[in-house]
Write a protein that binds this ligand. Structure first.
Ligand code: BDR
Ligand code: CA
Length: 328
């Protein structure tokens, strides 16, 4: 998928790697960001909208050049808001930099005006057959949208989800990745719907990291957006160093999903297979059960399956991301 301009609706819980994904979309010459919906996850949905609006402002996307931002679901389909991922993304979701970013010149839309589901449905009509959904937080908004307008699936070109763990350990729980863990029922509704889904799980996102050298390069860039990313990544790298990897390098979960959606990273192993999300209350709640049995004998797509699971990609994405952020 290259050359044409792809209209994109972004659904996010604006934490640090979400901010990188937003930057990727804004800088990419082949993406047109036409709307953003926010959701509970790394931070509450209203806080995610505040972060998004400030980041958009920093990138010059305000006033006449603004992108609509709408607040979405504040809690999962079942249960309550988890309280956010403060240890990973900081109190404000973006590593403590929110207060230093220019204040948003507009409030986000809410259920009193146009919530994220209404925004998505409206955009699906405006860009019927072309709209790409990039979902990089819990999938609650998508699940609500499927109920509010069941015909939505027919107007969406593709849904790319950062989430899940096919053959590797989880992160939020032993077997569950955070975006799926925070709303397994919504994730199940998303993978069961008849739209083409590309799942970008930890199997591949953990293979694409950004280390201290790249972080410093961003922190010292001419672009204010890149500098803000460099600053917030300090918190993210601290978490990865102390809790996840034991070295100063962090996984590029959300921006990698943006790159895969746009066809900017080559897929080496990405079969379409049947996927189910564990929605039971046992120890594997929130795990993504990808039926890869067929891959032993006949690697490739399974007839009738609608979920492409990205298991392996070409390396080197960190260079593209860094250059895009520097160009903002
Ligand atoms: C996902 O969880 C969130 O903390 C990140 O923003 C990313 O979307 C990674 O598991
Ligand atoms: Ca996210």
């Amino acid at each position: 998928m290259t050359e044409t301009l792809h209209p994109v609706y972004l659904d996010c819980d604006t934490g640090i790697d979400d901010a990188l994904a937003l930057g990727h979309l804004l800088a990419s010459p082949i993406a047109e960001l036409v709307g953003v919906g926010t959701v509970h996850g790394n931070i509450d949905a209203a806080g995610a909208a505040e972060n998004t609006l400030r980041l958009l402002n920093l990138a010059g996307r305000s006033g006449d050049n603004a992108v609509p931002v709408a607040v979405g679901a504040g809690k999962p389909l079942v249960g309550e808001f988890s309280g956010g991922a403060v240890a990973v993304h900081g109190d404000d979701g973006i590593g403590g930099v929110r207060a230093s970013l220019p204040e948003a010149d507009a409030a986000p839309d809410t259920e009193d005006t146009e919530d994220s589901v209404d925004l998505l449905v409206r955009l699906s009509h405006e860009y019927a057959g072309e709209l790409q959904i990039l979902a990089i937080g819990p999938l609650t908004n998508l699940a609500h949208a499927l109920v509010r307008d069941p015909t939505l699936v027919d107007r969406i070109a593709g849904v790319t989800v950062m989430g899940g763990a096919a053959l590797v350990p989880g992160n939020a729980r032993p077997a569950a990745e955070a975006n799926i863990w925070h709303d397994p029922e919504a994730a199940q509704a998303t993978v069961a719907a008849s739209w083409p889904v590309t799942l970008v799980p930890l199997d591949t996102t953990m293979e694409h990291t950004l280390d201290e050298t790249y972080r410093r390069r961003l922190a010292e860039a001419a672009s204010p957006y890149a500098r803000a990313c460099g600053e917030m990544l300090d918190v993210y790298l601290n978490f990865y160093e102390t809790v996840v990897l034991g070295r100063r390098a962090a996984a590029l979960h959300d921006p990698l999903a943006a790159a895969i959606m746009l066809g900017e990273v080559a897929l080496l192993d990405a079969p379409r297979v049947h996927v189910e999300v564990d929605c039971t209350d046992g120890p594997s709640r929130g795990s993504t059960v990808c039926d890869l049995r067929s891959q032993r004998k006949a690697p490739g797509d399974v007839p009738g399956a609608t979920v492409r699971v990205v298991l392996e990609t070409a390396p080197g994405y960190v260079d593209l991301l860094t250059e895009l952020l520097e160009s903002l």
